[in-house]
Write a protein that binds this ligand. Structure first.
Ligand code: CDP
Length: 587
C-alpha cells in the first residue's frame, strides 16, 4: 500500500453502468469472504499512488510523487488513459505483478518443459498471459537419447500446458490465456495446424504458425520447402509451400484458427537482436517478446482527444492534449516496471535489461465518428498513420527525457538504437496496440483500433449479465439530424448497422459504419497503417462476411505479408469462434 494519503479534494470518478459491474467483479479489492471493501475511487487512488510513488527513487525527477499521483488519478478517472488489467488489479497490493504479457522458453527436455508449465501457472495466478514457442521441441517419434524411446512431440506437451491453465484462475478471477507458436518448418507443423479441429480442444490457447520469408517465397513460386528437425538441424522432409498455405487459408475460413505470424518481419523490429531472437508473442499477438521477457501495456483513449471546431473552423484532433497524455502515460508505464514484482528471477532480469513498455490507443472508432470520417476511407487510413506516428514520436521523446532523468535501458549500448546512436532511450520499445477487451468497457469507448461491432447491441459480460449499449456519438448524431426515435433505436439494436436503412440521412450512413459494413481490405489497411508506427504489434481482427470465399482470405493473408503486418487474424462471420479470452465477452 502506498504511503501517499488520499487528498480530501479528490473528485469521485464518474463510472458508466457496464464499468460498475466489471470493476466490482474483477478489480475492486475483496476480503476473504468475497465482500468488496474498496470503492472505485479508492481503486484508482491505490493504482495512481502506488505508481507515482516509484518517482521518489529518482533524484533527477521533475515530479513530486504526490503531485504525480494526482495527475495519474485524473488521467485514469477521466478515462484518457488506462494501464493494462493486472496493473489495475494488483498495483499497491501484495500480489504486485503488474504486466499483462509474458513469453516463456520451452526447452527440448522434460525438465525444461515442466519448468515452463510451472512458470506459466505462476504467471497466470498473477493475472498475466503467456506465449510460448514450441519450435525447439523435437518432432513426434524422434528418438529420445536418454531412454532410447520416442518423443511425443510438441502437440502432446501443448495439451499439458492447456490442462494446467484450465485449473488456475488468474488472480482468482479469470482463466489464463496462452499463445502457442510453431515454425512452419517444424516437422510436426501439419498436426499443429489441425490441433484445434475438434471443438473445445486446446481452449486455453491461441495457436499461430510462424511463417518465414523463405516459406513465403516458396509459396509464391509454388515450390517445396524443407522441414528441419529442431534438435539436430537435419532436413527430415519437404512439403509444398503453396499447399500448406492453402491449408492455412482453409483453416482460417473454417474457424479462424490457427493464425499466422511473420517471424522475419517481427525480428526486423527486434531492438536487441544480440539478446536473442523473438520466437513468440503474448496471447493476443500484439506483443512479440524475447524468452523470459514481460511487458506492461497501457492505452490512450483517442475519443477524448477530439477538438470541436469553433468559429467556422473544422473539428480536429487535440494534438497538444494527446502529447500531454502520451508523456504522462510513458512515465506511468516506466514506473510500472519498477513497481512490478515478477514471479521469476529470470523475468526480473530480462525486464530490467530492456524495460519494454507498450503504449497504445483505444477509442479510434469513436474519434472517427466525432470527426465524421468513415473508417473505410483513405482519409481514415492516412489519419491513422499521422496519429500513430505522433504517438510513437512523442513516446520516444518522453522515453528520451526519462533516460536523462533516470538512465537509459541497460541493454541500450548493444541495442539497434545504441549502435546507430539514436538514443539514449529509457525503453527498448514504447508502443503496442492492445485489444483493450476490458479497458474499453471501463473507459466506455470503442476497443483498440477496431471499428464498432454494432451501433447498438446487447453485450453478454462475464457469466450471465446482459448489458445494453448504444454508441453515444451515434445517438448524438441521430439527434442532431432530427432522426431520433425510440422505435428506430430498437430496430438498430436488432441488426447493429444502419447500412441498409435508406430512410436515414446519407451522411449518417457514411460515417457510422460498423465492422461488418467495412470491406476486409480496409480492416487490413488500417492494421498496416497503425503497424507502420508501432514498435511492437497491433491487435486487430479482419472481419469477413459469412459469404467470404477462401480466395478472399488468401488475398488478405498475402496482402498482410506485403503490407508489412506482423501477423493477421481473420474472422468469418458465423464460423466457429475459438479465440481465447480476448474480448470483453469472455471476462
Ligand atoms: O483490457 P485488458 O487490459 O484486460 O486486456 P487486453 O488489452 O484485452 O489484452 C491484453 C493482453 O492481456 C493480452 O494480449 C494477454 O497477454 C493478456 N490477457 C490475459 O492474459 N488474459 C485475459 N483473459 C485477457 C488478456
Amino acid at each position: 500500500m502506498s504511503t501517499l494519503k488520499m487528498p480530501a479534494s479528490l473528485p469521485d470518478p464518474i463510472i458508466n453502468e457496464n464499468a460498475k459491474i466489471v470493476l466490482k467483479r474483477r478489480y475492486q479489492r475483496k476480503d476473504a469472504d468475497g465482500i468488496v471493501y474498496e470503492s472505485v475511487k479508492e481503486l484508482f487512488w491505490r493504482v495512481a499512488s502506488a505508481i507515482a510513488e516509484e518517482e521518489a527513487k529518482y533524484d533527477g525527477s521533475s515530479y513530486k510523487p504526490a503531485k504525480l499521483a494526482r495527475e495519474f488519478y485524473d488521467l485514469m478517472t477521466t478515462y484518457r488513459f488506462l494501464p493494462n488489467s493486472p496493473t489495475l488489479m494488483n498495483a499497491g497490493t501484495d500480489i504486485g505483478q503488474l504486466a499483462a504479457c509474458f513469453v516463456l522458453p520451452v526447452a527440448d527436455d522434460i525438465e525444461g518443459i515442466f519448468d515452463a508449465v510451472k512458470h506459466a501457472a505462476m504467471i497466470h495466478k498473477s493475472g498475466g498471459g503467456t506465449g510460448f514457442s514450441f519450435s525447439r521441441l523435437r518432432a513426434k517419434d524422434s528418438v529420445v537419447g536418454s531412454t532410447g524411446g520416442v518423443a511425443s512431440g510438441p502437440l502432446s506437451f501443448l495439451k499439458i500446458f492447456n490442462c494446467a491453465t484450465e485449473q488456475i484462475k488468474q488472480g482468482g478471477t479469470r482463466r489464463g490465456a496462452n499463445m502457442g507458436i510453431l515454425r512452419v518448418d517444424h516437422p510436426d507443423v501439419m498436426d499443429f495446424i489441425k490441433a484445434k479441429e475438434r471443438d473445445g480442444e486446446l481452449n486455453n490457447f491461441n495457436l499461430s504458425i510462424g511463417l518465414t520469408e523463405q516459406f513465403m517465397r516458396a509459396v509464391e513460386k509454388k515450390e517445396d520447402y524443407d522441414l528441419v528437425a529442431p534438435n539436430s538441424g537435419e532436413v527430415v522432409g519437404q512439403l509444398n509451400a503453396r499447399e500448406v498455405f492453402n491449408i492455412l487459408v482453409n483453416k482460417a475460413w473454417e474457424s479462424g484458427d490457427p493464425g499466422i505470424v511473420f517471424l522475419d518481419r517481427i525480428n526486423r523490429d527486434n531492438p536487441t537482436p544480440k539478446l536473442g531472437e523473438i520466437e513468440s508473442t503474448n496471447p493476443c499477438g500484439e506483443q512479440p517478446l524475447l524468452p523470459y521477457e514481460a511487458c506492461n501495456l497501457g492505452s490512450i483513449n483517442l475519443g477524448k482527444c477530439y477538438l470541436k471546431g469553433k468559429n467556422g473552423h473544422d473539428s480536429e484532433i487535440d494534438w497538444e492534449e494527446l502529447k500531454r497524455i502520451v508523456h504522462l502515460s510513458v512515465r506511468f508505464l516506466d514506473n510500472v516496471i519498477d513497481a512490478s514484482v515478477y514471479p521469476l528471477d529470470q523475468i526480473t532480469e530480462m525486464v530490467g535489461k530492456n524495460r519494454k513498455i507498450g503504449l497504445g490507443v483505444m477509442g479510434w472508432a469513436d474519434l472517427l465518428y466525432q470527426l465524421k470520417i468513415s473508417y473505410n476511407s483513405q482519409t481514415a487510413v492516412d489519419l491513422a498513420e499521422r496519429v500513430m506516428k505522433f504517438v510513437r514520436d512523442e513516446s520516444r521523446s518522453a522515453s528520451k527525457l526519462l533516460a536523462k532523468e533516470r538512465g537509459e535501458f541497460p541493454a541500450y549500448p548493444e541495442s539497434v538504437f545504441g549502435e546507430a546512436n539514436l538514443g539514449p532511450y529509457r525503453n527498448a520499445t514504447t508502443t503496442t496496440i492492445a485489444p483493450t477487451g476490458t479497458l474499453s468497457i471501463i473507459a466506455g469507448c470503442s476497443s483498440g483500433v477496431e471499428p464498432l461491432f454494432a451501433l447498438s447491441f446487447v453485450r453478454n459480460v462475464m457469466d450471465n449479465d446482459k448489458l445494453v449499449e448504444t454508441n453515444p456519438f451515434f445517438e448524438a448524431a441521430v439527434k442532431d439530424a432530427d432522426a431520433y426515435s425510440a422505435k428506430l433505436m430498437e430496430e438498430i439494436a436488432k441488426v447493429g448497422t444502419i447500412k441498409k436503412m435508406d430512410h436515414l440521412p446519407e451522411e449518417l450512413r457514411r460515417v457510422f459504419v460498423t465492422a461488418m459494413d467495412i470491406e476486409p481490405i480496409w480492416h487490413l489497411k488500417m492494421q498496416a497503417a497503425f503497424q507502420k508506427f508501432t514498435d511492437n504489434a497491433v491487435s486487430k481482427t479482419v472481419n469477413l462476411p459469412n459469404s467470404a470465399t477462401k480466395e478472399e482470405i488468401w488475398d488478405i493473408y498475402w496482402k498482410a505479408y506485403e503490407f508489412g503486418c506482423k501477423g493477421v487474424t481473420v474472422y468469418r462471420d458465423g464460423s466457429k469462434i475459438s479465440q481465447v479470452l480476448c474480448t470483453g465477452d469472455d471476462k
